[in-house]
Unconditional design. Structure first.
Length: 234
């Protein structure tokens, strides 16, 4: 499979209702999406329709693949980490924690975190059209000092807020995942977040409102194959 020939991949999953065999009610199945990155010459995505969100589905699809996997913090992917798969965290997910905090209570701490992350994304915007090597150099000289300042600031702020608070949870999300969140800084072929594949899986999220459910596992798998062909031609 061409997608698995690449050393950096995105992965994401979304629920789709499926009619349970022999019953007149549905249960939650999942579409898993695996794609190349926006920096890759090959723009391709493969959808895998599965009866559940169990991590075994990701393990079966990826097989012996070894590389850098951009994903959210879902535990289903974690079994492969340390077995030749390197976790790349999603900065957009980290940002979302602070954004939600800011929307909820106009937190000045959250606003400061968002400003730091905004600077990281400004570097990415400027480096978008560069080669991976050029992008890595720009990240090393411009983004890495910002990330280091953000990390130091987060550690300082964490000491000031009580455990269990919304602010603590937002800070802990990034601090506990900091290594994975900042691995992109050392490889110009790695994206800063998982937004690329989230956009690729959006048609399934929209489709839930139209077709309501898949009639069976086989029909869901057929739909996944067709969507793979359509989306990989765009």
């Amino acid at each position: 499979m061409a997608v698995l020939e690449h050393g950096v991949l995105h992965a994401d999953e979304t629920p789709v209702s499926m009619l349970a065999p022999g019953k007149k009610k549905t249960h939650k199945a999942y579409v898993w999406a695996y794609s190349t990155t926006p920096f890759s010459d090959l723009k391709a995505v493969v959808y895998d329709f599965a009866p559940s969100r169990a991590g075994e589905h990701a393990r079966v699809f990826l097989g012996d693949w070894k590389g850098k996997l951009v994903c959210d913090d879902y535990a289903g992917y974690k079994a492969g980490f340390g077995e030749g798969i390197i976790e790349i965290g999603c900065m957009a997910h980290a940002r979302r924690k602070f954004y939600d905090l800011h929307v909820a209570n106009q937190s000045t701490l959250a606003e400061q975190a968002l400003e730091y992350i905004k600077l990281l994304y400004q570097v990415e915007a400027e480096a978008k059209e560069l080669t991976p090597q050029q992008r890595q150099i720009m990240r090393a000289t411009q983004a890495k000092p910002i990330a280091e300042a953000l990390h130091k600031w987060m550690l300082t702020q964490r000491e000031k807020v009580p455990d269990g608070s919304g602010t603590a949870r937002a800070l802990d999300y990034s601090l506990k995942r900091w290594t994975a969140l900042t691995r992109y800084l050392d490889d110009g072929a790695v994206p800063i977040d998982n937004n690329w594949v989230e956009n690729q899986i959006r048609p399934w999220a929209l489709g839930r409102n139209n077709w309501l459910f898949a009639g069976s596992l086989r029909s869901g798998q057929r739909a996944a194959a067709i969507m793979t062909l359509i989306q990989s031609q765009n």
